[in-house]
Design a protein around this ligand. Sequence first.
Ligand SMILES: Cc1cc2nc3c(=O)[nH]c(=O)nc-3n(C[C@H](O)[C@H](O)[C@H](O)COP(=O)(O)OP(=O)(O)OC[C@H]3O[C@@H](n4cnc5c(N)ncnc54)[C@H](O)[C@@H]3O)c2cc1C
Ligand SMILES: NC(=O)c1ccc[n+]([C@@H]2O[C@H](COP(=O)([O-])OP(=O)(O)OC[C@H]3O[C@@H](n4cnc5c(N)ncnc54)[C@H](OP(=O)(O)O)[C@@H]3O)[C@@H](O)[C@H]2O)c1
Length: 457
Amino acid sequence: MTNLPSVCVIGAGSSGIAAAKALHERGIPFDCYEKSDRVGGNWVFANKNGMSSAYRSLHINTSRERMEYSDYPMPPSYPDFPHHSQIATYFDAYVDHFGFRDKIVFETGVKHARRGEDGVWTVELDTGETRRYDAVLVANGHHWNPRWPEPAFPGRFDGVEMHSHHYIENTDFRDKNVLVVGIGNSAMDIAVESSFVARKTFISSRRGAYILPKYMFGRPLDQIGVNSLTPHLPFAFRRMILMAMYRIGVGKVQDYGLPEPDHKLGEAHPTISADFLNRIAHGEVTWKPNVAELQGDRVKFEDGSVEPVDVIVWCTGYRVTFPFFEETFISAPDNDLPLYRRVFKPGIDNLAFIALLQPLGATMPLAEAQGRWVAAYLRGEYHLPPQAQMEAYMRRERERMFKRYVASKRHTMQVDFDNYLYELGKERGAGAARARAAGFRLPVTPRAQRLEAAAAA
Ligand SMILES: Cc1cc2nc3c(=O)[nH]c(=O)nc-3n(C[C@H](O)[C@H](O)[C@H](O)COP(=O)(O)OP(=O)(O)OC[C@H]3O[C@@H](n4cnc5c(N)ncnc54)[C@H](O)[C@@H]3O)c2cc1C
Ligand SMILES: NC(=O)c1ccc[n+]([C@@H]2O[C@H](COP(=O)([O-])OP(=O)(O)OC[C@H]3O[C@@H](n4cnc5c(N)ncnc54)[C@H](OP(=O)(O)O)[C@@H]3O)[C@@H](O)[C@H]2O)c1
């Protein structure tokens, strides 16, 4: 038994293991529950948990050096954009390197988590066991619950329909007419794969997109520029530079047969593909406007055109869900769950979310920074600002985000990678001063271990 709060971590994907490692290093007692038989979540192809959206050919689209944890580089033998199998191996090695595998309870899902009036969490596992904890860290991922078009398109479709979450490989598309809906990263990869075997591949989207290349000037795009400078440069200035680079390196997407985007570069989550514009240029993918009606074995589009279609792949994104919470307690309608710096919900001092964000950049270093932040908080080395201050900050950040980004359920938790890390660093300093002034009092009182011991006695 320690005099620190005990923690339940939900999920051992790349976010859960980053948080678990921080708790482990700081001597905070915790259990990390993982539904699957291994770590890595989305990056475990055909994951036993049925939740991975990885397809056979998936490679990361954020470069290796931007994605790796700060204290555990990916092997130098890895390419800039490794395959999902290499990424899953890397996460496994991370857990073994830092030696906390024994704290992960595999093949055990959290069925229900309820916060009592005394603040102690009662966590019900799918094994039937119930455990108590002083704090809960949610790292259950937000790219596993498919969002189908809402509302559904009018009409009836008689062919094969699937969501990108269920897409595995293109073999079933051979000689078929395939329609891919959406213009995010799933749509890119799947349309490209389809275009090599299908009779025809259409991509339908309700707006245009700037398709970003993986490389520019011979370097991964996300490594160009002085990243430490980024937080000090206004977004408008950075966009101007990026726009100029895009014009020189790519040109106008209209010249490839895509519609002109209804927004400026940087106002939508980046759509990245090294191959998509080529496949359009080769005439192997044809762009269509939004679907107007499903007509049995055909699809009518908003420009009045009608095409015969055998397969529709809905690449329409994901729902953010927490099946273990009462919906009235915590939920994210339309994917929107306002949080202080995407981690804390003001008013609930012993709950934290890890990587519940959509970064311009990779997720893992952000999950790592959040894990360290939460660990410092649970040890009393960091204190949160007063609730009103957190809420005011959240209001400002949300206003800024919704103003910048195209209105869409995919733009509810956007953060700029370098800015987020820089701002969090500054806040850690301010919170450390608050903690010092308060004599390093623990913000979360440890109670659960005593309750557990009493129940076991
Ligand atoms: C096709 C695809 C490609 C992507 N490519 C990139 C990329 O290149 N770069 C990037 O930064 N991001 C990418 N992402 C975003 C992706 O979300 C992150 O890479 C990463 O997987 C997030 O990790 P996570 O741990 O938050 O979630 P997940 O990887 O989804 O892991 C969540 C874990 O929680 C477990 N879990 C869930 N519920 C419970 C429960 N109730 N009890 C116990 N365990 C539970 C699951 O079993 C799983 O292991 C991609 C997403 C998709 C869909
Ligand atoms: N290779 C990779 O690394 C890779 C591959 C796939 C996915 N990912 C990541 O996985 C995450 C999810 O990506 P995603 O592409 O699956 O989802 P997404 O980014 O949420 O994109 C969903 C797309 O579907 C469109 N859409 C949603 N509802 C629609 C409707 N009713 N009618 C028409 N269009 C609709 C959206 O359009 P609007 O913008 O108009 O809403 C958007 O174009 C992202 O973080 C992405 O970067 C990475």
